[in-house]
Design a protein around this ligand. Sequence first.
Ligand code: 8YV
Length: 299
Amino acid sequence: MRVLSTRRYPGPAFDELADVEVCSLAELTEPRPDVEGLIVANEPVPLELLPNLRIVANFSVGYDRIDVAACAARGVVVTNTPGVLDAATADLAFALLLAARRRVVEGDRLVRRGDWGSSWADGFVAEEVTGSTLGIVGLGRIGRAVARRAQGFELRVLYTQRTEIATDLAEYRDLDTLLAECDAVTLHVPLTPETRGLLDARRLSLLRDGACLVNTARGEIVDEDALVAELVSGRIRAGLDVFAHEPHVPRALFELENVVLTPHLGSATRQTREAMTRIVVDNLLAVARGEPPVTPVVL
Ligand code: 8YV
C-alpha cells in the first residue's frame, strides 16, 4: 500500500512503512491514484486528488480539521491517536497553571533583565496553588489525567461536561457555576461545533478576578478577542498553548506579564510523539492487511 505522509513522523515505527513518500499538502497538486494511505497532522484531506485513498492516519488525537463525514462518504477510514498523549498534555496544563499562577516566566524575565536588585522579600508575591479550586472543562482522558495531578497538589477539583458522571476525581458543576467558583480553569474538550466559542465574552466575565485560564485544547474554544481584552485589562491570568489562528498569536499578548505562552507543545515529548507514530503506523499496517483499523474515529 503506497502511503503519502506530510512529514517524516518521529520514531522508529515510521520505518516499518515499506512504501512511503514524504510530501506536504502544498506539494500535492496533481491527482495521485497510486496512493491508498495518507498521514496528516490534523490537516485538511484533499480527497479530490486521492481517488483510491483507503485510510487517513491522523497524527493527532484531535481531528477538527479533517472532514470525517466526507471521508466516510467516500469509504475512507480516519484514525487518530487517543490515549498516548494524555500524560504529556496534562503535564503541560499543570506547567502552564503553575507558571502563570506563580509568575515563573515573569520572574525569569526579571532576572534576565538584571532587574533583581533587592532582597527576596520584596514583591513578586503570587496566589497559592495548593488549596485552591481547579475547574476542568471536559473530564475525558486528558481531563482525568489533570484531575489526578491536581490531587497531588491538594487542589479542590470541579468538572463540567455535557453529561455528569459518577467519579471520585472531581465534583460536577454546570459550566457557568464552575467558571464563577474556580481559581483556575483548564480546558480539555475537543473542538466541535458545540465547543467552538464555548468561552465567549459573557462566560469569560464569570471568571473570578485573578483567576487563571489554561488552554492546551484548541484556541477556537475561547473567543480570542474577548480573552485578549480580559488579559489586557489585567483582571485574569492565563497559560495558553493553543490559539485560534496558529501560528499567529495576538500581538497584544506579547507585552503582558499575566500570560504565559507556548507554541502548541501539549503532545511534544519524545516518548509521546513516538507513541503517536506507533499508532499511526499500526493503523496503516492493519488496513494494508485488510484488517480493521486499531483506533478509528467513530462519527
Ligand atoms: C498535535 C494535538 O501536536 O493531538 C492533538 O490533538 O493537538 C497535538 O498532539 C497536533 O494536532 C498536530 O498533530
